[in-house]
Design a protein. Sequence first.
Length: 94
Amino acid sequence: MTRCNHQDINRFIGQRLGKVRADRELSQQELAAYLGTTKQELESYEMGKSYISAAMLKAAIKHLNISAALFFIGMEQYCSMPMASVSNSINVSI
């Protein structure tokens, strides 16, 4: 059993989104414009402070040309980590 709650899941997905965006050398402003949102809102998603809608996540997946699975693979391990380890745990291979 994991300790994941909705905030943990939002943080995990947001961190993945930020990592992939940065790996693609897109600025927050560029991705936000594509998604029809603001840089500040995208930053909030990437930090896990608010959740990204399924429709917006789908648009990001399409724009970044990645598999949706990338946002869920490793979530169980992430959820079982002590919080001190979480910020260094997002390692995305594209």
